[in-house]
Design a protein around this ligand. Structure first.
Ligand code: 6CS
Length: 316
């Protein structure tokens, strides 16, 4: 049999490295009886199209990033909010890996025919534009590309930006054509998609981690023999810590590549500057609750509690 696994990122990306590890483990443990076919981003469509293919079962496994998926599952839009997770990546890693968190999202995914296997952090979001973005006022008059859900636009609106929902594959040309002035993504993606070639400044404000989720088609998963279900879940548990290392390594090494290949300016915000964004972004939480309802409000509360409990459990 063949398991089809669709990615929202191109070859060499964090998702691609994850999928190759998964393929390797599954093909080995099944003695080659299961083959995993990996489809990197490209010919089979945008993130939302991939989600549709997973819901109808044409692909069995897929990455579904909240920034896009919130269009279908409003509750996951919580991950597009800024200054919600910790500054401490260890804390975020613990929170995102927790079964409690997965449990909260179980129902919303299930209702869409998707089984949630886990959340994977891919690194800090970095803003690119043709000027430094040191305060919310700097967003005034800029058109910022967001992922393709309404909630993804909200935080940038609180900063005063004009927003535009654009699929990942169209971001480069929209920047080139000046249809948008800026965008946000982790460093590895800014490098592999070439965005740095058409942008002058990278601003590091650490507003949010890029978080993605790994899903499968529920009916497909439920029909798998028990041993195969276990193989799948064990493989994902094993890869989680590895994915964390991979994103750290790629985000660091590709910043060097960007610096070698361009004269892009890198701006690191001070804590005071970050605080201004933290404050300005707050109304987006209300917008999230409006869009994601009671279940979304409960998720937001839980997430905030988990972050602060995990933070206070760490010795100073
Ligand atoms: O910005 C985006 O749309 C995409 N960015 C990343 C890092 N992965 C997938 C997502 O679709």
């Amino acid at each position: 049999v063949t398991w089809r696994f669709a990615l929202e990122e191109i070859e060499g990306s964090v998702q691609h490295r994850y999928a190759l590890e998964f393929k390797d483990r599954i093909e080995r443990i099944s003695d080659g009886n299961i083959l995993v076919d990996v489809f990197p981003y490209g010919s089979i469509g945008t993130s939302l199209q991939l989600t549709d293919l997973a819901r109808e079962g044409s692909v069995h496994l897929a990455f579904a990033s909240p920034g896009h998926l919130a269009n279908v599952i409003p509750e996951v839009g919580v991950f597009t909010l800024h200054y919600l997770l910790s500054d401490d990546e260890e804390v975020n890693r613990g929170v995102l890996a927790s079964d409690d968190l997965k449990q909260l999202f179980h129902e919303p995914y299930e209702e869409q025919g998707l089984k949630l296997h886990g959340f994977v952090p891919e690194g800090w979001m970095v803003w690119t534009a043709n000027k430094p973005l040191r305060s919310p006022a700097d967003f005034d008059g800029l058109t910022i590309r967001t992922m393709t859900s309404d909630i993804a636009e909200e935080t940038y609106k609180t900063y005063g930006a004009t927003t535009s929902q654009v699929p990942f594959s169209q971001v480069y040309s929209d920047l080139q054509l000046r249809r948008i002035d800026g965008q946000a993504n982790p460093v590895f993606a800014i490098e592999e998609m070439g965005f740095y070639e058409v942008q002058g400044v990278m601003t590091f404000a650490r507003p949010a981690q890029f978080v993605t989720s790994v899903v499968s088609n529920t009916s497909w998963f439920d029909a798998l023999p028990e041993d195969q279900k276990l193989w799948l879940e064990d493989a994902m548990d094993e890869i989680a810590p590895l994915a964390y290392e991979v994103q750290a390594e790629l985000n660091a090494s590709r910043l060097d590549t960007i610096k070698e290949n361009s004269s892009i300016r890198v701006v690191e915000l001070t804590e005071e500057e970050r605080d201004r964004f933290r404050e300005a972004s707050r109304p987006a939480r209300k917008a999230y609750i409006r869009m994601a309802g009671e279940r979304g409000a409960a998720i937001l509360d839980q997430l905030l509690t988990m972050v602060s409990t995990t933070e206070s459990a760490i010795p100073a």
